[in-house]
Unconditional design. Structure first.
Length: 256
C-alpha cells in the first residue's frame, strides 16, 4: 500500500496528527498490510511508527543533507520478509548526494527509498521503491519520474521477480509527467481509475468524494501478478480522517 500520512504541521485543527494517530494504528492493525510505503514522515513521526508497529521493520532516512528531516520510509512485516538490501537516491543530477535537488526544484529535497525483500516462504526477491515527487513544478516532476524510472527499469543483481513503485507523485493520470510511464510498458498501474486520492479534508470545496480527476497516489508493478483488489481507505471518525490523502492498497496474486 501507499500512504501519505500527512506531516505533523499543527495546522490541521481536528485533523492534527495527534488526533489521527489512534485511527491510523487501528486501521493498520485491522488490515495488516504486508508492505507499506509512507510519505511525509517527519523525524518524530518515524520514531512513533517504529515504537507503535513492532511487527514491522521500517527502513528509510531523512531527505536533508544530514539524513534528517522528512522521510519516505518503507514498512514490511518481519514475519514474512527479510531485508536483503537498502538504497536511497535523491531526485537530482547527483542522486547519490544526500540533500541534492534539481535547480528548478522547490527548496525541499526529494528522494527514493528502495529496498530488496526476500519472501521467507518462497525465498524470492521483491524490490520496493517509494517516492514523493515535487509539489510545485510539473516540469521538475517529469524529470524526477524520468530519473526514477531510468534508475529502476533494469533488473538488479538480486534478480527480483517483482518490482513495486509506489508513492505520492503529485500528478494526475492525464498529466504530462505521468506520460513518462508510457515509455515503461512493463510497469503496470495497479491503481488505475480509482478516482480521488488527495482530498485535503474537503476544506476548499474543490474536491468531492466522487471526483475522478484528483488521483495523485499510485502503485505500479513489474512482474507476473494478477490484481485481486484495489481500494482506498476512506475512513472518517467524526470528521477526523486518516490523512489528507486516502491511503491506497492493492492485493495481488502471483501467477507463478
Amino acid at each position: 500500500m501507499t500512504f501519505n500520512i500527512r506531516c505533523d504541521c499543527g495546522v490541521d485543527q481536528e485533523n492534527n496528527f495527534e488526533f489521527r494517530k489512534p485511527y491510523i494504528l487501528k486501521k493498520l492493525a485491522e488490515e495488516s498490510p504486508d508492505i507499506v510505503c509512507f510519505q511525509e514522515v517527519m523525524s518524530h513521526m518515524a520514531l512513533w511508527l517504529n515504537d507503535s508497529l513492532p511487527e514491522y521493520c521500517i527502513v528509510g532516512c531523512g531527505r536533508d543533507e544530514n539524513l534528517d528531516g522528512e522521510q519516505v520510509p518503507i514498512a514490511f512485516r518481519r514475519d514474512r520478509y527479510s531485508l536483503i538490501a537498502l538504497n536511497h537516491f535523491w531526485h537530482s543530477e547527483t542522486p547519490n548526494v544526500p540533500g541534492s535537488i534539481f535547480p528548478e526544484q522547490s527548496v525541499f529535497p526529494r528522494l527514493c527509498t528502495e529496498c530488496y525483500l526476500m519472501e521467507r516462504e518462497s525465498r524470492k526477491i521483491i524490490r520496493v521503491v517509494n517516492t514523493h515527487l515535487d509539489h510545485l513544478n510539473s516540469a521538475v516532476r517529469r524529470k524526477e519520474l524520468e530519473l526514477v524510472m531510468h534508475t529502476i527499469s533494469s533488473t538488479s543483481m538480486y534478480k527480483e521477480y517483482l518490482t513495486f513503485l509506489a508513492g505520492d507523485l503529485n500528478a494526475v493520470p492525464e498529466s504530462e509527467e505521468m506520460a513518462v510511464m508510457k515509455s515503461y510498458p512493463d510497469f503496470v498501474c495497479l491503481t488505475e481509475d480509482i478516482g480521488i486520492t488527495y482530498h485535503g479534508y474537503f476544506r476548499d470545496n474543490l474536491n468531492s468524494e466522487n471526483d475522478q480527476s484528483a488521483q495523485i497516489d499510485y502503485i505500479f508493478v513489474r512482474g507476473d501478478v494478477r490484481l485481486k483488489l484495489v481500494e482506498k481507505w476512506t475512513d472518517v471518525h467524526e470528521g477526523v480522517y486518516l490523512s489528507d490523502h486516502y491511503p491506497v492498497s492493492v492485493v495481488v496474486k502471483k501467477d507463478n
